[in-house]
Design a protein around this ligand. Structure first.
Ligand code: NAP
Length: 248
């Protein structure tokens, strides 16, 4: 995979940022997608370039198909696509389903589900041997929420990640003999900004006692699993979902 391009949606912060840096260290040319925080994306590119890696930042709200098409066009100009990390994801403020607006649920599904599916579509068009491509890997970010359901918190988010699990299994089977492996990571409680986005910055640490390992995970611990799935060391892994959750 050395010198191949990896597209990482939401590569500017948190798990995406750690994955961008880990992938660059393994020789990938990294396309760092971001939604709005250009400074954070530029910082990731600078960090990669400072270590003699190659990276570009591309603005892409995965809730927009036009943005996704532009993201993959930029990736094409950067090199040959070898991997996609469908990392961009959002949560909403904690609430019960009976209090959720249609707009909230639609945005959740547009970003977490439709965005990931459209990015995978673009990746398969380019990587499938059926289309003249050279193969590749797609890693989707699910969540242990898909198993737990997240009652009274964000059932909509949990349901979006359940969809990602099914999508991972189905797409993996669909392209298994076309040179493309598809897998998902289900992180547990990871120390990133996403909890603040949901209105509760210390959520991960508050719930850490519920994790069998009694601690939160780091973005780097998730990134390590992602780059392993992207590597040839995982050459017989597809349609697989890996919990990286301290046992949760
Ligand atoms: P984060 O710290 O909130 O970072 C989110 C990243 O995604 C940022 O780079 C952000 O870009 C980008 N982003 C947000 N909305 C976007 C959109 N509409 N289109 C494109 N990019 C968008 O998140 P994280 O905790 O690293 O989570 C990464 C993934 O892991 C998500 O899919 C999440 O559901 C999953 N996950 C996280 C945890 C956890 O505990 N942290 C647990 C389970 C699963 P800007 O910088 O421009 O805003």
């Amino acid at each position: 995979m050395t010198d191949k391009v990896v597209v990482i949606t939401g590569g500017s912060r948190g798990i995406g940022r750690a994955t961008a840096i880990a992938a660059a260290a393994r020789g990938f040319r990294v396309v760092v997608g971001y939604a709005s925080n250009q400074a954070a994306a530029d910082e990731v590119v600078s960090a990669i370039e400072a270590s003699n890696g190659k990276a570009i930042a591309v603005k892409c709200d995965v809730g927009s198909e036009a943005d996704i098409l532009a993201l993959f066009k930029a990736a094409d100009e950067f090199g040959t696509l070898g991997a996609l990390v469908n990392n961009a994801g959002i949560v909403g403020p904690s609430t019960r389903v009976e209090d959720m607006s249609a707009e909230r649920i639609q945005r959740m599904m547009a970003v977490n589900v439709t965005g990931s599916m459209l990015c995978a579509r673009e990746a398969v068009k380019r990587m499938s041997t059926r289309n003249g491509g050279k193969g590749g890997v797609i890693v989707n970010l699910s969540s242990v929420a898909a198993k737990l359901g997240s009652p009274n918190t964000y059932v909509d988010y949990a349901a979006s990640k359940g969809a990602i699990d099914s999508f991972t299994i189905g797409l993996g089977y669909e392209v298994a003999d076309e040179g493309i492996r598809v897998a998902a990571i289900r992180p547990g409680l990871i120390d990133t900004d996403i909890h603040a986005s949901g209105g509760e910055p210390d959520r991960a640490h508050r719930l850490a006692h519920m994790v069998p390992m009694k601690r939160v995970g780091t973005a780097e611990e998730i990134a390590n699993a992602i780059v392993w799935l992207m590597s040839d060391d995982a050459s017989y892994v597809t349609s697989a979902i890996l919990d990286v959750s301290g046992g949760r």
